[in-house]
Write a protein that binds this ligand. Structure first.
Ligand code: SAM
Length: 261
């Protein structure tokens, strides 16, 4: 059954309770994956060694990728929990970069035993960095500019957006991707509420927030810059359940989540 309850603090807290044991296991998995492939410090150190060793060699394509995790813990956990609750069939990710958000999404689909993820990025790092046994059979990746891709599904159950943060890019997806999200489907947009406000990361945030306001739509965010109480309440829930050990922690939690009308 597909749940279409929208995204609220109370629902998020309930989902932490309901899927807490699974989330604890997935966090153990993600912690290992992070330290192996997504930690920025380690990735940079490894790239420096490879560059040194291979300075006079013709390196294979993709060798020495240095993309790292960008999606923060709290928003990644909320994504996992919402995917578990909603059991979507068609999930779209714009964009994976190295695939940190991808790995969270795929863990949820694996645990659900249903659903397929289609990801779009101009770079293909995530193909190598996301473990094959996590992605096999449930993920399709399309390399290139998503704005000209013929592969965007006609009907989307869950849309994850963390890509080009310009207002122009937001204008594009509002017109071409949002109408494909089914009514009640969840949409998340990362990097809306950084410390500098919604315009700080390129203009996308302002465009999306205006779109929501014009339609009278609510959204949920755990960004302390706009919703300190929700952030504190979720952190308290995580602490109480023993789920607060950091992997890729940030203080900003800049994503927004909402249900498509
Ligand atoms: C902020 S990163 C994504 C981080 C990722 N979600 C994570 O969890 O680590 C943004 C990505 O968007 C991609 N991107 C930017 N413009 C794009 C476009 N027009 N089409 C496809 N991908 C694009 C970039 O190549 C980059 O990898």
């Amino acid at each position: 059954m597909i749940e279409t309850a929208g995204v609220t603090l109370e629902r998020a807290q309930r989902l932490y309770e309901e899927f807490g044991a699974d989330l604890a296991r997935v966090k153990r998995y993600q912690r290992l994956l992070y330290s192996e492939r997504f930690c920025e410090k380690r990735a940079r150190a490894r790239a420096a060694v490879l560059q040194d060793l291979g300075a006079d060699l013709l390196m294979p394509v993709g060798f020495g990728q240095i993309t790292w995790a960008q999606f923060d813990d709290l928003n990644a956990e909320l994504t996992y929990l919402l995917l578990r609750a909603e059991r979507p069939e068609v999930v779209v990710e714009i964009s994976p970069c190295g695939g940190w958000s991808t790995s969270w999404i795929l863990n949820a689909l694996r645990d659900n035993g249903c659903g397929h993820l289609t990801s779009f990025d101009v770079i293909a790092d995530s193909v190598a960095k996301v473990p094959a046994d996590l992605a096999d059979g449930i993920r399709t990746f399309h390399q290139g500019d998503v704005r000209v891709s013929p592969h965007i599904p006609e009907r989307i159950d869950y849309l994850f957006v963390d890509s080009d943060h310009t207002g122009a890019f937001a204008d594009w997806y509002l017109e071409h991707v949002f109408p494909r999200v089914r009514s009640g489907g969840t949409v998340s947009v990362d990097d809306v509420f950084h410390a500098g406000g919604p315009d700080a990361s390129g203009g996308e945030g302002t465009v999306v927030l205006r779109w929501l306001e014009q339609r009278g739509l609510d959204y949920f965010t755990a960004a302390p810059s706009v919703n300190r109480a929700a952030c504190a309440a979720l952190q308290a829930t995580r602490r109480r359940l023993g789920l607060d050990a950091p992997i890729h922690f940030s203080e900003t939690n800049p994503a927004i989540f909402f249900a498509m009308p």
